[in-house]
Write a protein that binds this ligand. Structure first.
Ligand code: NAD
Length: 453
């Protein structure tokens, strides 16, 4: 669907929502099954589109998008009845006989705005959460990953209930027009600047938002870390999707005494994964657009290239690159890298790491590699981040049970699994109060005795 008259679309979905059709558990289960079928039957279309947009290989495409969504839909379907079940809570004796519980009611019609880096996951994983909550939704995939957006727009109406869901294609003008509508929920994935635009628009109608934003994820390598495994995990986490991952290590803070061997291990890990000519590797991705390519090439000047640095604009190729001697006020340390460049900075103590992290906006992820007992806990206890991982990085959104999302500058609200269900429902407290007993003491006029208490 294109064009900017979205009022009629929202009205149609709201009418359907208000008919009650989306509330039943059977409807939700059927939509989750349909989504699973869509991802399985149309997998080839999704693989081809992500290859075109990002040169994503099938194994990574399954890990983060295609099979991930099949699994997430199955996981959600198998837990849905339990999540939907009202939660009974205790009632004060003074109100007895009574019964109190919390019901989880759908919010209505939601808007989902996706980002381009995991273009299927970031459009459809919020949709799974919306379905689980019994909502209708309009999905706006990123225009930057145009081939994938087109496949989403083409397939969703064939599989999912078209009365409840629409896909809108377009960029800033279309998103701006969408944001002018009155929504019951807005789910946005993207950068903090556009997150502010979305929240400002949502404020006009006091619409609840989930903002899944980015940030500079610090990755701490302590003197006690297992350097070979640490380097491999950081390399995979940073260079997956050519570094265009919101949870990727943005930069490494390595303890001085292990900086040299760590850099050696890191370089070896990159070569082992992508070869000495990564442009020829079938497993290495491409930068999504010439604009992002140009932005990244400018960041190369922020330090000394320890490894990599090769680039080819025609091919949107930028090699896995390690930067050293990077001043903290250089360009690469001012913005989220969101590409295949990894600055490595030396630090001297846990206290220095804590001061460093706390002096900057809250990141989406914080990663600590340490074998020594207590080091990770000390850092986690003294800092804040959306998520944290000890001795690994990047992969935490793949765990359905973990709440995923930022804090402060990296976003607000969590999703995945039951957290997504909660984001898309109103926890509505209900008191059923019997009329069999009706104590007079609660009503005026109050007695002298009550007044003196
Ligand atoms: P972006 O903020 O530029 O765009 C995101 C979406 O907003 C797109 O659909 C786009 O069409 C729309 N948009 C862009 N400008 C707009 C405007 N002025 N008004 C209204 N809508 C507008 O982000 P991006 O470049 O697509 O993605 C990169 C960012 O997303 C990074 O910061 C990354 O860390 C973050 N990200 C976060 C997560 C997460 O789950 N937390 C996941 C992926 C990416």
């Amino acid at each position: 669907m294109t064009g900017n008259d979205f009022g009629a679309t929202v009205a149609r979905h709201r009418k359907y929502f208000l008919s009650g059709a989306t509330r039943s558990v059977e409807w939700r289960e059927a939509q989750l099954t349909a989504l699973q079928t869509m991802m399985t039957e149309r997998a080839e279309d999704f693989y081809a589109a992500m290859w075109k947009d990002l040169r994503r290989n099938r194994i990574d495409a399954d890990l983060t998008d295609v099979k991930f969504l099949v699994d997430e839909a199955a996981y959600t379907r198998s837990h849905l009845r339990r999540w939907m079940h009202p939660q009974v809570v205790s009632t004060p004796l003074t109100l007895a006989p009574a019964h109190t519980h919390v019901r989880f009611d759908p919010l209505g019609v939601g808007l989902i705005i996706g980002a381009w880096n995991y273009p299927v996951m970031l459009a459809l994983s919020p949709l799974i959460a919306a379905i689980s909550g019994g909502n209708a939704a309009v999905i706006k995939p990123s225009e930057v990953s145009a081939a994938t957006a087109e496949v989403i727009a083409r397939t969703v109406p064939h599989y999912l209930d078209p009365e409840a869901f629409s896909v809108v294609l377009g960029g800033v003008p279309e998103t701006t027009a969408l944001l002018e509508q009155a929504w019951d929920h807005i789910f946005f994935t993207g950068g903090p600047p556009v997150g502010k635009v979305v929240m400002t628009a949502a404020a006009k109608n006091l619409t609840p938002v989930v903002l899944e934003l980015g940030g500079k994820n610090p990755t701490i390598v302590h003197s006690s870390a297992d350097l070979a495994t640490t380097a491999r995990r950081i390399a995979q986490g940073r260079w997956l999707n050519a570094g265009q991952t919101c949870t990727a290590p943005d930069h490494v803070l390595v303890f001085k005494d292990v900086a040299k061997p760590f850099l050696e291990h890191l370089k070896n890990a990159v070569v082992a994964m992508y070869g000495s000519d990564p442009q020829k590797s079938p497993d290495y991705g491409r930068i999504v657009s010439p604009r992002h390519f140009d932005r990244l090439v400018k960041l190369l000047g922020s330090g000394q290239v320890y490894h990599g640095g090769e680039h080819d604009r025609e091919d949107r190729f930028l090699a896995p690159t390690i930067l050293v001697n990077v001043p903290l006020d250089s360009l690469v340390m001012q913005e989220e890298v969101f590409g295949p460049i990894l600055p490595v900075i030396e630090v001297g103590s846990v206290e220095e790491v804590i001061r460093y992290v706390n002096a900057r906006p809250n990141p989406l992820g914080l990663y600590v590699f340490a074998e020594e007992q207590g080091v990770a806990e000390r850092i986690l206890d003294a800092t804040e981040s959306g998520d944290a991982v000890v001795n690994d990085c990047t992969i935490q959104p793949l765990i359905h049970e973990l709440p995923f999302g930022g804090v402060g500058n990296s976003g607000m609200g969590k999703y995945h699994g039951e957290w997504g269900f909660r984001a898309y429902t109103n926890a509505r407290g209900v008191l059923y109060h019997s009329t069999k007993i009706d104590l007079g003491v609660r009503y005026p006029p109050y007695s002298e005795h009550q007044r003196l208490r």
